[in-house]
Design a protein around this ligand. Structure first.
Ligand code: ATP
Ligand code: MG
Length: 429
């Protein structure tokens, strides 16, 4: 027997009911982004492997163990399925010279790939909305990006997402802190786990991000980066906080917030919920002023954030926000050759008028077709039999409101009647 084929572990199908939810979510996202002046950009899902190694950093979780990298057997190129969107977006901005004469506010929505252990809120293919700005030195844009998050949570009816911010300063400040951190960790060597020991000289900042309970107390007492920031970095950080205070966005400074990617400097932030178990970060980002130059472009200020769509949708569902799956306006029931021909013409005519139509396909008795019409949750059924077909007419029946009597109309008059009935019932509400 042939074995049934299955999706790759950790990669999910989004079935129609769920996908309808996603589309509604994406509609909200797009109008929210438009209201802040962001424009779409679409990058390839596959990029040259060196792009991610250079952008994200060789000694990060993502590059060390999470990337789907492969050699293109046809030409020997080293390629990777994108684990995040910023690197590709920066590559595109440089390649097409987008940030040369103007600032850019860009966004993308799409799949990302990381070879992680699949669990709730953590998948091998997942989706992000990514938002990036180029050519704005901030701290106004950093603050605006945080405000955007706050507004979106309000638009989505989510009130359980908390904001944490931190400043990573500039590379020279990080170097001073890094030296102090290494000394501190060496003094506490007996408390370090294997991973921390391995990271000690490659990426000590990331040790602070550990989830190991045995290391929490020691990490909490470690030298804090914020104590190594100079006046300019502190002023930038203060600038972000001032906007947040002015606009009434509550936040917590988390000195241990470091982010898992190497390219960040100055402001970093995360939006975190306790409603999703261990996978609580729904949105994360910060400033990455060095990345454009590091990838071969001219020095360009940049800032951005990404949110995980699966986690946000889980959160929306958790808070009871189930948007109604879209239903058609009309379901057309028909039987007999002539009736079918008229049904097709009628359906196209209604669609011309902007009415959503589900045309019954596959035959069956009137009774069974009417059951399907009910199940579709359409507002109206249109019924066409031989008798109606002969006179170019159809029965219009309301499936929702008992008070509306079934009536027979010329098919050319259906659109007007339906639109009239929809407007009437909207006014009553
Ligand atoms: P985590 O600490 O949860 O591993 P991260 O720091 O690796 O997250 P980022 O690279 O900042 O995540 O990605 C931004 C957002 O994308 C995360 O906050 C999360 O919502 C989402 N995300 C990241 N990895 C996954 C994944 N494997 N599955 C689903 N969503 C993810
Ligand atoms: Mg991760």
């Amino acid at each position: 027997m042939t074995q049934a084929l299955q999706a790759v572990r950790g990669m999910n199908d989004v079935l129609p009911e769920e996908a309808a939810f996603w589309e509604l979510f994406e509609d909200t996202i797009r109008s929210w982004l438009k209201s802040y002046g962001y424009r779409p950009i679409r990058m390839p899902i596959v990029e040259p492997t060196p792009l991610f190694k250079r952008a994200i950093g060789e000694v990060t979780d993502i590059v060390e163990k999470e990337m789907y990298s492969f050699i293109d057997g046809l030409n020997g190129e080293a390629l990777t399925l994108r684990p995040e969107g910023t690197a590709g977006c920066v590559r595109a901005v440089i390649e097409h010279n987008l940030a040369a004469r103007q600032t850019q506010r860009l966004y993308y929505i799409g799949q990302m790939f990381r070879h992680e252990r699949p669990q709730k809120g953590r998948y091998r293919q997942f989706h992000q909305v990514g938002v990036e700005s180029f050519g704005i030195a901030g701290p106004d844009i950093d603050a605006e990006m945080i405000l955007m998050g706050a507004r979106l949570w309000a638009d989505l009816g989510l009130d359980s997402i908390d904001l944490q911010i931190n400043s990573l300063g500039q590379p020279d400040e990080r170097a001073l802190h890094r030296a102090a951190l290494i000394t501190y960790f060496e003094e506490n060597a007996e408390l370090l786990d294997e991973e921390a020991k391995r990271r000690l000289h490659t990426n000590p900042l990331r040790i602070l991000d550990t989830k190991n309970p045995a290391m929490q107390a020691m990490c909490s007492a470690a030298p804090k980066l914020i104590d190594y920031l100079g006046a300019e970095s502190l002023a930038h950080f203060e600038g972000v906080q001032r906007v947040l205070r002015d606009t009434g966005i509550p936040f917590k400074i988390n000195p241990r917030l470091v982010r898992g990617l190497d390219y960040y400097n100055l402001t970093v932030f995360e939006w975190v919920t306790d409603k999703l178990g261990a996978q609580g970060t729904v949105c994360a980002g910060g400033r990455y002023d060095g990345l454009v130059e590091q990838l071969g472009g001219k020095p360009t200020s940049a800032c951005g954030f990404a949110m995980g769509i699966e986690r946000l949708i889980a959160l929306i569902k958790d808070s009871g926000g189930e948007p109604a799956a879209p239903a058609p306006d009309v379901y057309i029931v028909h039987q007999g050759d002539e009736a079918s021909r008229l049904a097709f013409r009628t359906a196209e005519g209604l669609r011309d008028q902007g009415i959503d139509v589900l045309l019954h396909c596959g035959g069956g008795s009137f009774k069974s077709q009417m059951k399907k019409a009910d199940a579709s949750r359409a507002t109206f059924a249109i019924i066409i039999g031989d008798e109606e077909a002969a006179s170019g007419e159809a029965q219009l029946k309301s499936l929702r409101e008992a008070g509306i009597e079934q009536r027979k109309l010329k098919v050319d008059d259906l659109a007007e009647a339906i639109i009239g009935l929809i407007i009437d019932s909207d006014e009553e509400e």
